[in-house]
Design a protein around this ligand. Structure first.
Ligand SMILES: CC(C)(COP(=O)(O)OP(=O)(O)OC[C@H]1O[C@@H](n2cnc3c(N)ncnc32)[C@H](O)[C@@H]1OP(=O)(O)O)[C@@H](O)C(=O)NCCC(=O)NCCS
Length: 338
């Protein structure tokens, strides 16, 4: 049975069952990824940025004879933001290829259509069944990034310490667990605004407006995801010349996610990129001792960033693609094949 589902009011048994399915999916599709934990999973699923909405449905087995609720074998949610619905679907490996994935997408697509949104976007992990699935539904590939993973056990910490100090004169490198301090929010947002054009078209818009940045940091904290920031301050102007962001999610605290790394155009060529990334790893080593890996996503065209990542010891993992589809066409196509 498929029904709309609200993680805020769901029972603990449902949250636990969804976690089992998520981990079965990871074991089947991404066996190198750490399994997720229940810690803050409800908040991860429920919390959104101001002005955004996430709507979810689950596919649940019938209740047992003793009345206990059946397992959750599939889930779809759609995040409504701007003029796009961002979709995520999960189907337990034991019930795949029976049409459940398609059914779940249809549920979400109908709602996105009714709400007046034009397109649906989705992140699709390369070399998994999701690629053939979304292509069979008419989604087209918009953008490809490569995921890379750094195994902290292989890091040469002495070399990293040296890299972290190799920044040109006139810059001060600072570490800020939890997010940038309030007095630097405006300068921080200005640095992020620099890459706004490049990031247009991505599913997760960067926070280049100070209030949006505050909201986004607040949202991360509410979802159980702890942000860490290292920035390079240009001492003469007080401007943020470069920044790098890593998030440690309570749901998989052994593998952190690298978010943005930006060096503002005027400040390129002074070793800032290498220094701030190296400093971040050094800080994380003491701030998050359970951490064993960091993962990052980069466009293939971003050669400078890929070069720095390779020097730090990142190994290329797999492609991570963004697909999209026109909602009206998708609903029409899925209704026609039922
Ligand atoms: C992608 C996914 C949702 C598909 O679910 P599903 O219930 O198996 O999909 P359906 O049965 O509705 O398949 C619909 C169509 O998609 C295509 N398809 C689905 N899986 C496929 C596969 N493994 N190989 C080729 N085509 C496939 C087929 O055309 C299929 O139609 P058919 O079975 O009539 O040939 C499921 O594999 C899944 O949960 N993957 C993980 C998704 C994810 O987000 N992962 C992120 C963390 S790893």
């Amino acid at each position: 049975m498929v029904r709309e589902w609200d993680p805020r009011t769901a029972s603990s048994a449902e949250i636990a069952s969804l976690l089992d399915t998520l981990n079965a999916v990871l074991a089947a599709d991404l066996p190198q990824d750490p399994p997720w934990r229940e810690s803050s999973l409800r908040e991860y699923l429920a919390e959104v940025m101001p002005g955004e909405r996430r709507i979810s449905w689950i596919a649940q087995e019938d209740p047992d004879v003793d009345g206990s609720p059946g397992a959750i074998l599939g889930q779809v949610h759609v995040l409504l933001l701007g003029n796009i619905g961002v979709l995520e679907v999960l189907v337990h490996p034991s019930v795949r290829r029976s049409g459940l994935g398609r059914d779940l997408v249809l549920r979400a697509a109908r709602r996105v259509y009714q709400e007046g949104f034009e397109s649906i976007g989705v992140e699709v992990v390369g070399d998994t069944p999701a690629v053939a699935f979304y292509e069979s539904l008419g989604f087209t590939r918009e953008y490809v990034e490569t995921r890379s993973v750094l195994d902290l056990a292989g890091v040469d910490w002495a070399e990293l310490a040296e890299m972290s100090t190799g920044v040109g004169a006139g810059y001060r490198v600072q570490f800020h667990p939890g997010g940038p301090p309030d007095e630097l929010i405006d300068a921080y947002a200005r640095a992020k605004a620099e890459v706004r054009d490049i990031e247009d078209g991505e599913l997760r818009p960067s926070s280049y407006d100070p209030q949006r940045l505050r909201d986004s940091l607040d949202c991360l904290h509410r979802r159980g995801m702890k942000p860490y920031i290292v920035l390079a301050l240009h001492e003469q102007t007080g401007e943020v010349a470069g920044l790098t962001e890593v998030v440690v999610p309570a749901q998989h605290p052994t593998r952190a996610d690298q978010y943005d790394t930006i060096v503002v155009q005027d400040h390129r060529g002074y070793g800032i990129d290498r220094a701030i990334k190296a400093r971040m790893l050094l800080e994380l080593r003491s701030a998050e001792p359970q951490l064993t890996e960091v993962q990052t996503w980069n466009a293939q065209a971003n050669e400078a960033m890929l070069k720095v990542n390779a020097e730090l010891g990142y190994r290329t993992d797999r492609d991570w693609c963004e697909y999209s589809v026109d909602v009206a066409e998708l609903v029409h196509r899925l209704d026609a094949t039922r």
